[in-house]
Design a protein around this ligand. Structure first.
Ligand SMILES: [Zn+2]
Length: 360
C-alpha cells in the first residue's frame, strides 16, 4: 500500500467456514460444468482487503433461530440435513452423484393448485427447495452458509451497536445469498445474508432500511423476502433478464412495486448507465427517509466477468462506492458475486475505498 492511499477503515467480517463449501460443479442444461463460485474467490478478496489495510474480525456465532427472521423452517431443515440424507440414501454410490442435485420440481403447472405432498425419495425432495440445478449441496455447504450468515449478522450488529466510530462494515460472505428466498434457494445462494443484515438493522435502528443491490444480477430473493415489509426498501440494478440472463423470470423494470425498484441495463452497458442507475437508487433511498443501508456487493458487473455481459470498470466501482458513501447512512456491505479471480479483490477494495472517500 502506498503512503498516499488511506487504509480501509471499516471492519471486514470473515468466516473460515466458507472453505468447506466446494460446489464441485454446476449442472447447466443437464451438463456438468466446473462452476465459478469457488473457495478461492473469498481468499483473493481477503488478501486484497488485508493488503489495503483493513482489519479482519471473526464472524460471531448466532443461533439458528436468528435465521427464522428471513427463512422458513422447512428450508433451513432441508439445507442442514440434505447432504447426510443424500449419502444415507445411497445416491453417492448409485447413480454416483457426489452432490445433492434435484431432478423434479413441483412447479405451479404441475401442482395445478394442489399442495405438494412430502416425497419419500431424497432425490425428489431436493426439488422442493432448489429452484435450479446450478446450486449443489455438498458435505460443507451448510457450515459455510451458516458462516456467511453469521458474518452478515455480525457486521449488522457492529453497525447497529453504535459502539465506537463503526458506522459501516463489510461482510465478506461466501457463499453469496441474494437469490435465496424465504422458502427456496438457487443461483449459488443458500441463505440470504443481505436480508439477514437488513432485518437486524431495521430491528435495531428502526425503518426504513434501504437495500441497494449492485450485483450484475437481480436480487430476486431479497426483493421477495421484503415484498410484504414496508420497512425495508429493495432496489436493484442489473442486466436485463429479458436479454437472457439469470434469474430470467424476475427483475423486469416494469415490476416495480411500492417498496421496490428494478433498474435494468442492456448487455454491454458500462460505467455511465450503471452509475446513473445507482445514483437514482441512492436518491430514492434518500427521498424515502432511509435510516440505514445494506449493499449486496456483487462485482460481477465488471467487464470480463464470465457470469454477466456488463462492462463496468474498477473506477466505476470506486465511483459507485462514493455515491453510496455520500448518503451518510449506517451501512453494511455484503459480498455477492464476482468471478474473475485476478480482479475480484481489486474491485471490492475500489468500492470500499470509494465509499469511505464519499463519507469524508
Ligand atoms: Zn451476480
Amino acid at each position: 500500500m502506498s503512503a498516499d492511499v488511506k487504509p480501509i477503515s471499516m471492519p471486514v467480517v470473515w468466516s473460515d467456514r466458507h472453505a468447506g463449501h466446494v460446489p464441485g460443479a454446476e449442472i447447466w442444461v443437464g451438463v456438468r460444468t466446473p462452476g465459478t463460485e469457488v473457495p478461492e474467490r473469498a481468499e483473493r478478496i481477503r488478501a486484497a482487503v488485508e493488503a489495503a489495510g483493513a482489519t479482519l474480525i471473526a464472524a460471531e456465532p448466532h443461533p439458528d433461530s436468528d435465521l427464522s427472521a428471513v427463512h422458513d423452517h422447512a428450508l433451513l431443515e432441508h439445507l442442514e440435513h440434505a447432504w447426510v440424507r443424500w449419502e444415507e440414501a445411497g445416491l453417492t454410490e448409485d447413480p454416483g452423484q457426489d452432490r445433492v442435485v434435484p431432478y423434479i420440481f413441483p412447479t405451479p403447472g404441475m401442482l395445478a393448485g394442489a399442495e405438494p405432498g412430502t416425497p419419500a425419495a431424497m432425490s425428489a425432495r431436493a426439488g422442493l427447495f432448489a429452484y435450479d440445478t446450478m446450486t449443489l449441496i455438498g458435505p460443507g455447504t451448510w457450515e459455510a452458509a451458516r458462516g456467511a450468515a453469521d458474518a452478515a449478522m455480525t457486521a449488522a450488529d457492529l453497525v447497529a451497536s453504535g459502539a465506537g466510530p463503526t458506522d459501516s462494515a463489510y461482510a465478506l460472505c461466501r457463499p453469496p445469498g441474494h437469490h435465496a428466498t424465504r422458502e427456496a434457494f438457487g443461483g449459488s445462494c443458500y441463505l440470504n445474508n443481505a436480508a439477514l443484515a437488513a432485518t437486524r438493522l431495521r430491528e435495531r435502528l428502526g425503518g426504513p432500511v434501504a437495500v441497494i443491490d449492485i450485483d450484475a444480477h437481480h436480487g430476486n430473493g431479497t426483493e421477495a423476502i421484503f415484498a410484504p415489509d414496508p420497512k425495508v426498501l429493495t432496489g436493484s440494478v442489473h442486466v436485463d433478464p429479458g436479454a437472457g440472463w439469470f434469474p430470467h423470470f424476475l427483475g423486469f423494470e416494469d415490476t416495480d412495486g411500492e417498496g421496490n425498484r428494478n433498474l435494468t441495463l442492456s448487455p454491454g452497458s458500462g460505467d455511465e448507465p450503471w452509475l446513473d442507475a445507482i445514483a437514482r437508487l441512492a436518491g430514492w433511498a434518500r427521498a424515502s427517509g432511509a435510516r440505514a443501508l445494506v449493499v449486496p456487493l456483487g462485482v460481477d458487473a465488471a467487464g470480463g466477468d464470465p457470469e454477466s455481459p456488463l462492462d463496468v470498470t474498477v473506477g466505476g466501482y470506486g465511483e459507485a462506492g462514493r455515491i453510496l458513501g455520500e448518503l451518510g447512512l449506517p451501512t453494511v456491505f455484503v459480498q455477492e458475486g464476482g468471478y474473475v479471480l485476478e480482479t475480484v479483490g481489486d474491485l471490492v477494495v475500489a468500492t470500499l475505498r470509494g465509499f469511505e472517500s464519499g463519507r469524508s
